[in-house]
Design a protein around this ligand. Structure first.
Ligand SMILES: NC(=O)c1ccc[n+]([C@@H]2O[C@H](COP(=O)([O-])OP(=O)(O)OC[C@H]3O[C@@H](n4cnc5c(N)ncnc54)[C@H](OP(=O)(O)O)[C@@H]3O)[C@@H](O)[C@H]2O)c1
Length: 259
């Protein structure tokens, strides 16, 4: 199987590393800037350097705003029976269809823990896709993490707002938590270690448990204890709930704008 990856930045590069390790396919990337790419990849500077080649799948991993300018030059490179796989946020299969024609298109919405095989991947296929295209997309997703198939493209944009953008929220919350630890007198290194170990341990524990996360929270709060004192502030006036609702809503609204 011959696969072309157009756009090999943070997300495309993270996924490509996993694919190269786990999949028997031959991967070619478009690398305009000459950036270092994982070993085992063939490089091309652009579509002209690929004239005459045909790919079983073309993976679209440029920014959504770049797709209309970039993709028309690649449409001749798709083999008969091949498919497009887009990891771009928001950009719909219908909009891609206007650029590449009536072709099988699958959207995979990954997130950056793909780097360590922990991506949460949402998948959506347009009606032109056949089982062989879904099987390929499933393998591309499973190699980097989980694969959650969705019947409704709007649901993929909602998943983008929760999982695709999610690592960014987690890093921002961690940053603020580290700053709070520093404000209590810890060095930057100690604050970072305390916060990341605490977050990692708590998340791992919740993942392994069947208990509701609210029950887990209650289980670490004793009456008039230190945790209760902190949680009372964290939950004051429902501000945290409102903030996270607004955060995910803004990401979803942006995905809708990018359609
Ligand atoms: N980052 C995330 O956490 C995340 C999560 C889910 C989905 N995504 C999606 O993944 C896609 C890529 O995002 P990213 O964060 O990886 O962005 P990025 O790091 O900026 O990567 C974009 C890549 O596109 C390449 N590119 C731009 N114009 C090109 C052209 N004309 N021909 C070939 N390659 C071109 C760039 O190459 P040069 O360096 O040569 O300019 C760069 O390698 C986006 O559509 C985004 O929505 C990202």
């Amino acid at each position: 199987m011959d696969i072309l990856v157009v756009g090999c930045g943070k997300m495309g590069g993270a996924m490509l590393r996993r694919w190269l390790d786990a999949m028997p396919a031959r991967f070619t990337t478009v690398n305009r800037s000459g950036r270092a790419l994982p070993p085992g990849t063939e490089h091309a500077t652009g579509p002209d350097a690929l004239t005459g080649r045909r790919f079983d799948a073309i993976i679209i991993a440029v920014k959504p705003q770049q797709i209309p300018d970039v993709m028309p030059a690649y449409t001749d490179l798709l083999a008969d029976g091949g498919c497009y796989v887009s990891i771009a946020a928001g950009f719909s299969t219908a909009s891609l269809g206007k650029l590449v024609g009536d072709q099988p298109v699958i959207r995979i919405m990954p997130n950056l823990p793909a780097l360590i095989g922990r991506s949460v991947n949402g998948l959506f296929a347009n009606p032109t896709c056949q089982d062989k295209h879904r099987d390929l997309a499933n393998e591309l997703a499973r190699t980097t993490g989980t694969a959650v198939w969705l019947d409704d493209e709007d649901e993929l944009d909602r998943l983008t707002a929760i999982a695709g953008s999610g690592p960014g929220y987690v890093f921002e919350i961690a940053r603020s938590y580290v700053a709070a630890a520093q404000a209590l007198g810890f060095s930057k290194e100690t604050a970072r270690a305390l916060v990341l170990e605490t977050m990692g341990g708590a998340i791992e524990m919740a993942t392994r448990s069947d208990q509701d996360v609210a029950d887990l929270r209650n289980s670490v709060m004793s009456k008039n204890g230190t945790t209760e004192a902190g949680i009372n502030v964290l939950r004051r006036d429902g501000q945290l709930d409102a903030l996270l609702r607004d955060t995910t809503r803004a990401a979803y609204d942006r995905a809708v704008e990018l359609r």
